[in-house]
Design a protein around this ligand. Structure first.
Ligand code: CAA
Length: 262
């Protein structure tokens, strides 16, 4: 079933929800209405207990998202700019820290806020015609939707600084080389591969998926000793689930598990 929120279209495929930013005439640049509709789409998806994985992509063949809307930002005063940065950071944190697994299917330009949207996702796959970058310096600003923090954690501080200080775009192959995207496929294959990956993850038990995200995301913010203790706690928590009993029983009985997501 396809649900159109005009600037954000969602479509459900069993446990996978496709979220498409739909403003192709502006290369899917994120203006306040699009951001609001993206937030609403995520809220609706989270209310659906069946969904385990979301794929985010852009409408049209040119862009994933070409950034925050420059026309909207140009007249902002400092407090207005700070407000929008905080609001979008919170929206992107819902993607990174929420229980749904997010896959960015990068189908063209992922620049500025578009690259930051992809950075908040758990997995990034790119079409071979994609271009990624943080060109904010060319506008007299710094990235404000998370890149100064997420990009160095992902690709290392030196590479992150080079991308942000030069504002240069890199292609999909270069992005894969530095670990900014996980995989590169042809543009024709992109959505097929995104769905294949999403379905394979959606076939796993939901609580284990959630706890893997939590262990990685929260553990990265801790020192190693606390992080190991945290991992052990979450590992222990798995043993409170029906799926742990079922998964191990199925292995021992040499059959496929029947997950109950509980
Ligand atoms: N904001 C608003 N409009 C945008 C936009 C953006 N980020 N990116 C593209 N558009 C609009 C263009 O203005 C143009 O609109 P019109 O047809 O009405 O003129 C339309 O999309 C098509 O774009 P182009 O004609 O420029 O297409 P192109 O193929 O010649 O160039 C591009 C493509 C290289 C991506 C170029 O559009 C571009 O450089 N876009 C801006 C990229 C950018 O700087 N992004 C960062 C924004 S700031 C940000 O995101 C800060 C942050 O941290 C939140």
């Amino acid at each position: 079933m396809e649900t159109s929120h005009e600037r954000v279209i969602t479509e459900k495929f069993d446990a996978v929800t496709l979220i498409k930013i739909n403003r192709p005439q502006s290369l899917n640049a994120l203006d306040p209405l699009t951001l609001q509709q993206l937030g609403a789409a995520i809220t609706a998806m989270e209310a659906d207990p069946q969904t385990k994985v979301a794929i985010i992509t852009g409408a049209g063949s040119k862009a994933f998202v070409a950034g925050g809307d420059i026309g909207v930002m140009q007249p902002l005063d400092p407090l207005g700019a700070r407000r929008i940065a905080v609001d979008v950071q919170q929206l992107l944190n819902r993607i990174e820290y929420g229980s749904t697994v997010f896959i960015a299917a990068i189908n063209g330009y992922a620049l500025g806020g578009g690259c930051e949207l992809a950075l908040a996702c758990d997995i990034r796959i790119a079409a071979d015609n994609a271009q990624l970058g943080q060109p904010e310096v060319n506008l007299g600003i710094i990235p404000g939707w998370g890149a100064t923090q997420r990009l160095p954690r992902l690709v290392g501080s030196s590479m992150a600084k080079q991308l942000m200080l030069t504002g240069e775009r890199i292609n999909a192959a270069q992005a894969a080389q530095i670990g900014l995207v996980n995989e590169v496929v042809t543009a024709a294959e992109l959505m097929g591969r995104a769905h294949e990956l999403a379905q394979s993850i959606a076939a796993k038990p939901k609580i284990a998926l959630q706890l893997i995200k939590e262990a990685v995301n929260n553990g990265l913010e801790m020192d190693m000793n606390r992080a190991f203790a945290y991992e052990a706690d979450l590992f222990g928590l798995c043993f409170a689930t029906a799926d742990q009993k079922e998964g191990m029983r199925a292995f021992l009985e040499k059959r496929q598990p029947n997950w109950r997501d509980e």
